[in-house]
Design a protein around this ligand. Structure first.
Ligand code: MG
Length: 451
């Protein structure tokens, strides 16, 4: 699907470098293709704080209006809020303008269907088919153009209100937790302080200027959260939260200023939710930590593993009627509130856990299963990736392997997952074990076997 290194058109939308590959014309065509795909109707549009979002937004508007769509413009808005509003407003679909954790020069579009979920790979392929030929486009005559409409609903109130129905707000407020947080000047910058304030938290914010100028590399992984870690420690906060630029992923820092690692956001939330509510099934993607799986099993849940990709996890959750699921990149999905990764849902449940247990976060983390993940990726031509995957499959044929998305090998207390990237000529290897050294050894061994 990818046409060049700086443009990724694939099963989860498109991303490119603005002014290079991501041009107004390309965006306009995609928006018109999406309007055609939906056959008109209301479309909710939101964006993260990247300054390039304005150019993109107006190109989208033009394409959608020409194909007869009515637009509800949420402008700067967290991704999970946009998805929720698509459903709330009974819209035909939505577009989120974001390149998530990618660097500032990147931006992109993600397409949402009327259920408040992202288009799945098949649906994205249908959209790409329409996009591939402009003759397919719905191009309405002047009297049948769409327009911009105002929504009567206040997006943050709707979003927060839904979350608050699922936590004991009074108990959280009573705990008066001291919360440091880093919104990386992204889409969480405006809503997050309001949200935490409503939960009675004492706020210690950094990077809450919604100008999209990221003060550090935006992916919320430990090496990028040094300022937040220091802040938690120096201000003696109970917890630190970090979001990515579009506020769907959540990373957590404990009260000693130690980042717990994004994998543990989901494990922590699972431990809390499953201790309160029974669920027979939990859905995780293949690359999510064994820690989450062990926690689910501790609470007598069956674990279903899906292909990597948020849409695949969300669809797996519908299929198996799961109470909760998600991805190890700080992505908590709780369908009773929202059918996508939602950092606000994650924050509410973790604060609830702290308030109810009256324990320190580091004490709770110590009770969770301990694993370390090591990831590697390298470029290989497509034909060689296929050979590499065959080699691994053959080599480990006597182990427990899963082949729905590359090859996953499961051992007693470790695993490895080898898969091709959806968007680039790259092979990814992830391995998890009880210690970093063991996980590294697994990655190195597999690298030697396939190169
Ligand atoms: Mg994101």
């Amino acid at each position: 699907m990818s046409s060049s290194e700086n443009l990724k058109i694939g099963v989860s939308g498109l991303r490119g470098v603005v002014g290079d590959t991501l041009t107004p014309e390309l965006i306009l065509n995609f928006a018109q293709a999406f309007g055609t795909y939906l056959n008109g109707g209301t479309v909710v549009v939101g964006r993260d704080t990247r300054p390039t979002g304005i150019m993109i937004k107006y190109s989208i508007f033009s394409g959608l209006i020409s194909s007869g769509c009515k637009i509800v413009d949420l402008d700067i808005c967290p991704t999970p809020t946009v998805l929720m509003m698509v459903k709330e407003l009974k819209a035909a679909g939505g577009i989120v303008i974001t390149a998530s954790h990618n660097p500032l020069q990147w931006n992109g579009l993600k397409f949402v269907k009327n259920t408040g979920m992202f288009l799945n790979p098949d649906e994205n392929n249908k959209l790409l088919q329409i996009y591939s030929d402009k003759n397919n486009f719905k191009n309405n005559e002047w009297a049948k153009l769409g327009n911009l409409i105002k929504s009567s609903k206040n997006p943050e109130k709707t979003h927060f209100g839904k979350i608050f129905k699922h936590v004991d707000k009074k108990a959280i407020r009573k705990a008066k937790l001291k919360v440091a947080f880093d919104c990386v000047n992204g889409a969480g910058s405006v809503f997050t302080p309001l949200f935490l304030k409503e939960l009675g938290c004492r706020l210690i914010p950094i990077n809450t200027k919604p100008d999209g100028i990221f003060p550090h590399t935006p992916e919320p992984v430990p090496e990028n959260l040094k300022d937040l870690c220091k802040l938690v420690k120096s201000k003696k906060a109970d917890i630190g939260f970090a979001q990515d630029p579009d506020a769907d992923r959540l990373a957590i820092v404990d009260e000693n200023g130690n980042p717990i690692g994004e994998e543990y956001t989901l494990a922590l939330v699972l431990d809390y939710i499953l201790s309160k509510k029974r669920s027979s099934k939990v859905v995780l993607n293949l690359s999510t930590s064994r820690a989450s799986e062990d926690v689910a099993k501790k609470h007598d849940c069956e674990v279903i593993r899906t292909k990597v990709g948020e849409a695949n996890v969300a669809e797996g959750m519908i299929e198996h009627n799961a109470l909760i699921g998600g991805e190890g990149n700080g992505g908590v999905i709780y369908p009773a509130i929202n059918f996508c990764r939602d950092s606000f849902v994650g924050m509410a449940f973790v604060l609830s856990y702290l308030a109810e247990s009256k324990k320190k976060l580091s004490e709770i983390i110590k009770t969770l299963p301990q694993y370390k993940i090591v990831k590697a990726k390298f470029e290989l031509p497509k034909s060689k990736i296929e050979i590499a995957l065959k080699t691994v499959k053959e080599k480990y044929r006597n182990e427990k392997i899963t082949t729905i998305d590359g090859i996953k090998i499961d051992w007693n207390d470790s695993w490895a997952h080898i898969r091709a990237s959806n968007t680039e000529p790259v092979i990814r290897i992830a391995a998890e074990a009880r210690t970093n050294e063991q996980a590294e050894q697994i990655v190195e061994k597999i690298c030697r076997e396939i190169i």
